[in-house]
Design a binder for this molecule. Structure first.
Ligand code: ADP
Ligand code: MG
Ligand code: ZN
Length: 538
């Protein structure tokens, strides 16, 4: 019968254990000095050696040559513990025995001396699942343990162990195992099993476990079952639903190129080739995470589960992005991942998520923008695909209109002929004022011998852009103009106001003309002035 590799290769002594050096050193010392605690908590990610170490500890304590940090491995205690049938080593799965009755039974059991060996060792797996009442029962035992009792509580969620229990135990944190160490272990086991695996395949298997030895070994089981005695990187990757850097880099390229079309293409390709979109998203999360870590920590780093060559490549890509963007992308891809788990429309969700990544990359840090607003900052690095709106009447040099419109206004094609409105629309467009020809169409131009009145409905976009319009008109006509904002086509302040009283539209125009307001509008091109209030009149 085939024995799964994780079982077959469970370390039987501290020497075979991967990682967890701190746990090992502390326990070895304690055993050598015969200072055995009655309670231990082994906490950490699954598949990192908690149960394994609990059994090694049991061997150390109950070996005929013990207590010793180096159990013989041959005596009946050692052998039985390895097989899981030693009479004085009791393993309890708290996931299925979590109640008060089980704990009462356990309390009974604790009271009796070991049947043969030195210690009676209770290994409680998934200890966080024990109910509160049951914990209370256990607490009584821990408060006055018989000299022979040793409890080892294994858990992936140490914070769920009540403080009353935890304070009576020695705690050990089990860490996820480093990539390099895992690759080596995979290589060793493949050799022992007569499996030929290339470096890439080993790396993929090590990555697949995300630091859990058991998960990596299960992946290896799966690969052998599926691909036989010869494992190659791409095959194993395909089998495990993992994606190569090249594939993930396509997404990064689309982000760098600011290309929605490329994003949609990626989604289409994934779907057409029958790929699991959720797996892809998971890999994308990991990819952004690795880029971020490469950016922050530099490479090579043990924080990234990848070969040195891959890390180089990640670092190269990370250098092209900002940390804030990478952080946002990681957040968005994580959100997308959890959405995809429940989505009935994964393709649509994926597309939306990918496009969101693009939009998020265009956001500028608010500090940067505000810094620029107060005048001190650098010119805001125009985000890709979105030029800062320019206005001709700008008060600072970098807000000047694009050169052609400014240097040679008379030579713009539209300036030569066509009705005034068309020329105005063209001039506005040249200034990048973001006003449609249609908006200009809505307004009214009254040209008389020595003045031009430009009547814009108050509700229109134009009203808010009065200074731009004035500048554009001046450019087109070559003389000063007056821009009037109207109510329903009629000048707002025409009715019943006393001569000399400040007119509302004047106040609005002046406010919009104010350098601070203009600067704000420029920095936030999509912003709108909804209302101008004259505080002196309030
Ligand atoms: N630190 C480790 N060193 C070597 N092998 C390990 C390690 N951690 C886990 N394994 C492998 O994974 C299997 C399951 O480990 P286990 O100790 O039950 O993990 P946990 O109790 O932390 O979930 C073991 O049989 C062994 O093959
Ligand atoms: Mg376990
Ligand atoms: Zn022994």
């Amino acid at each position: 019968m085939y024995q799964v590799l994780a079982r077959k290769y469970r370390p039987q002594s501290f020497g075979e254990l991967l990682g967890q050096e701190h746990v090992r050193a502390t326990l070895e010392n304690a055993i050598a000095q015969n200072r055995i605690a009655h309670g231990y908590i082994f906490a950490g990610q699954r598949g990192t050696g908690k149960t394994t170490v609990a059994r090694i500890l049991a061997r150390c304590l109950n070996c005929v040559e013990g207590p010793t940090p180096n159990p013989c491995g041959r005596c009946s205690s050692c052998l039985e513990i390895a097989q899981g049938n030693a009479p004085d080593v009791i393993e309890i799965d708290a996931a299925s025995n979590r109640g008060i009755n089980e704990m009462r039974e356990l309390r009974e059991n604790v009271r009796y001396r070991p049947s043969r060996d030195r210690y009676k060792i209770f290994i409680i797996d998934e200890a966080h699942q024990i109910t509160n009442e049951a914990f209370n029962a256990l607490l009584k035992t821990l408060e006055e343990p018989p000299e022979w009792a040793v409890f080892v509580l294994c858990t992936t969620e140490a914070h769920k162990i009540p403080a009353t229990i935890a304070s009576r135990c020695q705690q050990f944190a089990f860490r996820s195992v480093d990539f390099g160490v895992l690759v080596e272990r995979m290589a060793g086991i493949c050799r022992a099993e007569g499996i030929e695996a290339d470096d890439e395949a080993l790396a993929v298997l090590a990555q697949a476990g995300e630091g859990s030895v058991r998960d990596s070994l299960s992946a290896l089981d799966q690969a052998i079952a599926c691909c036989g005695a010869k494992l190659t990187g791409p095959e194993v990757r395909q089998l495990l639903g993992m994606y190569s850097l090249e594939t993930l880099e396509k997404t990064a390229a689309a982000l760098e190129g600011n290309s929605p079309a490329a994003m949609l293409e990626i989604a289409a390709e994934l779907e057409n080739s029958g790929k699991n979109l959720q797996y892809y998203c998971r890999e994308l999360c990991r990819y952004f995470r690795n880029l971020l870590v490469a950016k922050i920590a530099g490479t090579p780093t043990r924080l990234i589960a990848a070969s040195a060559a891959e890390q180089e490549r990640l670092a190269g890509m990370a250098a092209r992005f900002r940390e804030e963007d990478l952080t946002r992308w990681l957040q968005i891809s994580l959100d997308l991942y959890s959405q995809l788990q429940y989505s009935l429309q994964p393709r649509l969700h994926l597309e939306l998520g990918l496009l969101r990544l693009l939009h998020a990359g265009r956001l500028r840090p608010i500090e940067e923008v505000l810094g620029a607003l107060s005048g001190g900052g650098d010119p805001p690095g125009a985000a890709p695909g979105r030029g800062a709106g320019h206005s001709a009447g700008a008060s600072t040099p970098r807000m000047a209109a694009p050169a052609p419109a400014k240097a040679a206004p008379a030579q713009t094609p539209a300036a030569a002929d066509g009705p005034l409105k068309q020329r105005l629309a063209a001039a506005l467009e040249a200034m990048n004022a973001r006003l449609s020809a249609h908006a200009v169409e809505e307004s009214e131009l009254r040209e008389s011998q020595n003045s031009v009145e430009f009547l814009a409905p108050r509700s229109s976009h134009l009203a808010l852009k009065a200074p731009d319009v004035a500048a554009a008109l001046e450019q087109v006509l070559g003389r000063k103009v007056k821009v009037v904002v109207t109510d329903n086509g009629r000048p707002a302040a025409s009715g019943g106001q006393m001569d000399g009283a400040p007119r509302q539209d004047d106040a609005a125009a002046r406010a919009l003309e104010h350098p601070a307001v203009r600067r704000f509008q420029e920095l936030f091109p999509q912003s709108q002035v909804r209302e101008v209030r004259n505080l002196r009149e309030d």
